[in-house]
Design a protein around this ligand. Sequence first.
Ligand code: 13P
Length: 255
Amino acid sequence: MRKKFIAGNWKMHKLRSETRSFFDELRDQISDASVFGRVDVAFGVPATLFDEALKARPQGVKILAQNCHFEPQGAFTGELSTAMLQDAKVHGSIIGHSERRQYYAETSQAVGKKWDALVKQGLLPCVCVGETRPERDSGRTVDVIRQQIDDSLSQVAKTSLTSEFIIAYEPVWAIGTGLTATPQMAQEVHQFIRAHLSQKVGHEIADRCRILYGGSMNAANAKELLSMPDIDGGLVGGASLKAVDFSKIILAASV
Ligand code: 13P
C-alpha cells in the first residue's frame, strides 16, 4: 500500500508573511498532527520562501523547489544547483512542470538530467509529465507520456533509479482551467505510466513509485480521484494557496 502524497505547487505566489499565516491557518484546519504522519504533505515554493516555509511548516511537511539546474555550478545566471537546494535544507524539487516546458523550452532530456542530479544530491525529484489538448484529441496521450518518460530516463543513471522519485501526471489542458480529468481518464494514464515504468525499470520500483494527479484538483473532486488504484496523491496549484481548501484535500487523502 503506497502512502498518499499531497503536494501544493505555489508557483509564483506568496510573500514570507503570507507563508507564515498560511501555515498557521493550516494548523488551525488540521489540529490532529497525526494527519501529517498518515499522508505525506509537501509544498513547492519560490526560493525566496524556503527559509520561512521550513520554519513555519507543521512537522513532517516537506518543502520543495519548483525547478533546479543539472550542472553542479557555473555561469548559469538565475539558476539554482541541487547542492544549493540541499544547502537551503529543502527536500527535493518539482521538475519538468508544463509551464517550464512551455515558457522556458525545457526538454524531457533536461528534466532527466535534473532528476539524476537531484537523486545524487540526496533530494527527491517530482517529475511532471502530461499531454496538451491537441495531443489528447488526436489520440496521442500515451505516446506523448511514454516519450517524455523515456527521454528523461535516458539521462538518469541506473544507480539513481533505486532512489525514490515521484511522477506527477498533469494533463496540460486541465491545469488552471477548472477542467479536471475524470477519475477514469486519470486512472487510465496512471496505470499506463506504472506499467511502462515496470517495463523500463522493473516491477518493484514501479510498484513503489507514487504517481500524483495534477490539474484542477480541489476539495470537491479530490476524494474521488484519490480513490483510484493508481492515483497516489495530487499536485495541486490553485487550491493549495488557501489553507481551508488545501486542508480538505489533505484530509481526503488521510482516510
Ligand atoms: P491547478 O491545480 O491550478 O490546475 O494547477 C495544477 C498544477 O499545475 C500543479 O503543478
